[in-house]
Write a protein that binds this ligand. Sequence first.
Ligand code: NDP
Ligand code: BG6
Length: 489
Amino acid sequence: MTMAPETTAGPVLVLLGGTGDLARRMLLPSLFHLEIDALLPPNLRLIGVARDGQSPEQYRAMVRAAIAARETLSDAVWERFNARIDYYSGDVTKPEGAVKLAAQVGPFSELVIYFSVSPSLYAAACASLAAAGLITQTTRLVLEKPIGRDLESSMALNRAVAAVASEEQIFRIDHYLGKETVQNLIALRFANIAFEPLWTNHTIDHVQITVAETEGVGSRWPYYNDYGALRDMLQNHMIQLLCLIAMEPPADLDPDAVRQEKVKVLKALRPMSRTSVGQEVVLGQYAQGIVDGKSVESYLTEVGKPTNTETFIALRCFIDNWRWAGTPFFLRTGKRMPERRTQIVIQFRPLPHSIFSPEANEDMVANRLVIDLQPQEDISLLLMNQKPGLGQDGMRLQSMPLSLSLAKAYSGHDGRRRIAYERLLLDIFRGDRTLFVHRNEVEEAWRWVDGVAAAWGEAGLKPKTYAAGSLGPAGVHALIERSGHQWHD
Ligand code: NDP
Ligand code: BG6
């Protein structure tokens, strides 16, 4: 039996776009998992919002179906979760829609408004929700990507939100920051003294960050075609990973301390020019091909009209500061790659001098730290050691990956992998902004990305096609080989 939602002044989560794709696939299942783990704030009410006129009963059934699509529901937990859910149908960008929502929200002790709607609605929704009294000095606003399409539009969006709330109230989501291994990267760097002295251009030869996806763009093309791989993936998720690898140790994990260090990295990214961009950037667009044994169509066919949007980008960039001068960072991301893989490779330099025999030197491989985020989560350090046995030809060597991960620690209550949004939602309820993106980070990242896009526009760079299921267009290997390296595939 469905219980009436609580109406006393407890905490409330308003989920704008509560029927959308993100809500159904990620946010509602994540909230449900927090319910299973008894981590939701006591008495939390969840109000889903969209304009489709359905009843709260219908909405609860939709939520149940969305969660059941992922897992088997326990009735007891579902009853607890169900009792929290309410639904409001109306247009929150209109003053009267926001006023009616405020009436339905009623009294609250704390309010979180999650904007899981198109960013084109953020400004109007903020204005009407503030006028309706829903954005007070303590309301937390959670913003999904993309925050703009370039520096100018991101500044306009940030200004519109800043008109109704202070930066401390704003939680900009980059769901990569909620992934367990990304947090483990922070632990690895700053909870161990062993790596810090090595974490410089003296010992690190280069860094590779790869985000490969097997999926195509499909029905998302109207959004994607306007963004492409640079703006959809590199500007946010990949640059956040780059910042966490490259930043100086912050004084503590205070959000502002971390943000300041990330912003310093962004400011030190070397701009690209019309003359350098052809050597530093490779763009691709997938053609028909085979992925996971199935024939898939080209991006052009999905879009149905000529387009120069890149579904693949690889680039080499430099961070011009003392720590990283001369150490290249290679970033690549693409749709319709042969396998799903998100990986960071820290490639250390070869030994300055080897004391071993020529035969043993043939076995020698430079140390490498590999941080796998997807599909497996693992951190492994490639070390050299002695090949065991009674060989007659002197000491021989072998490389051995040493796994630093406790795979089990990455899983939730039932051994499953946590959804990145679980961590982020929990931190929003706790008011901890460490894993969220500050306005300055977004804007500095856009400043650099705008420069890259402008440079390739001036140079007339166009994406080259690659067969779906391949590792990208011709030129992707040359990009890294020019620096004397190879992709870690
Ligand atoms: P959808 O288009 O699937 O959902 C949009 C939701 O917003 C629907 O519930 C829609 O319902 C509601 N909505 C639209 N206009 C209004 C309005 N004026 N007032 C109230 N509700 C409204 O989008 P997604 O779920 O895919 O994306 C949501 C956000 O998350 C976007 O910012 C997107 O960029 C971001 N994002 C999404 C990802 C994903 O995987 N889907 C990944 C990363 C970010 P109705 O039309 O009935 O009003
Ligand atoms: C989103 C991008 O931000 O991240 C998508 O818009 C991409 O294009 C997705 O597919 C990748 O996220 P994950 O967690 O599956 O690597």
